[in-house]
Ligand binder design. Structure first.
Ligand code: SAM
Length: 223
């Protein structure tokens, strides 16, 4: 099933898959994000790759941050837009195979496009990345291109907050996905985030999920 069919299934009431809607989980993630990203939210720009309709985007916006998200599937971005209220608050622009929805606050841009496409206008733009189940959703041969794009967009010293799955039988199951089971060594491989980022902390399980695996967190810093 491709991503578009997956979203059609989710939206029509199918299995919610990776979606986290629990307030307690969001509060835990937000507290960790704030602790490691630091700084004043009003001066902090966040890139959210493979954002889907993650409610954390609206929560980070409500906490004062500026955000740019990207997802391939228009229906997912529509679900994200709804969380911000009125349709009238958004303006649409289209360029370079990408649709960009800009919020009237001036603090949110929702892009519909391929994360692997080079986007020079995003280079060196972001203080932080919120990567929840994004790296872990990519086929392995996409990791290098993805991490190259992220390294281009994040300022030196910028922070990646990453959440990913970890299975009990990691060694036997790590080649199966998505979602892929990931340890720091997988994320920090030279063909992945390791090329341009340092691993700052393995956070362990960040909150409980209703799946037979853990939702683990990692903090990385742009070299
Ligand atoms: C596992 S979901 C995670 C969504 C979100 N981060 C969350 O946790 O709620 C992966 C998302 O990546 C999107 N996606 C997959 N491949 C993509 C690509 N090449 N470029 C942009 N988005 C992509 C899918 O449409 C899907 O919404």
């Amino acid at each position: 099933m491709g991503w578009s069919d997956t979203w059609n299934d989710i939206i029509s009431g199918g299995n919610p898959r990776w979606k986290v809607t629990n307030t307690d989980a969001h509060e835990k993630a937000l507290a960790i994000f704030k602790q490691y990203v630091g700084g004043d939210p009003k001066d902090t720009s966040i890139f959210v790759p493979l954002a889907g309709d993650d409610p954390m985007v609206k929560i980070l916006f409500d906490n004062g941050y500026s955000l740019t998200t990207i997802d391939l599937v228009p229906a997912a971005v529509e679900e994200m837009k709804k969380q911000f209220g009125s349709e009238a608050d958004w303006t649409k622009e289209e360029k370079d195979n990408t649709i960009i929805w800009s919020h009237e606050s001036g603090r949110v841009k929702l892009m519909i496009g391929d994360v692997l496409q080079r986007r020079p206008e995003l280079e060196n733009n972001f203080d932080a990345v919120y990567d929840k189940d994004s790296f872990g959703a990519l086929q392995k041969d996409m990791r290098k291109g993805y991490c190259t794009r992220i390294s281009e967009y994040v300022k030196s010293g910028g922070t990646v907050y990453l959440e990913c799955k970890l299975r009990d039988n990691h060694e036997e199951s790590k080649h199966m996905g998505p979602p892929f089971s990931l340890l720091a060594e997988d994320i920090m491989d030279e063909t992945s985030y390791g090329n341009s980022f340092e691993h700052v902390k393995a956070l362990g399980a960040v909150y409980d999920i209703s799946m037979p695996m853990q939702q683990t967190g990692h903090i990385l810093r742009r070299k």
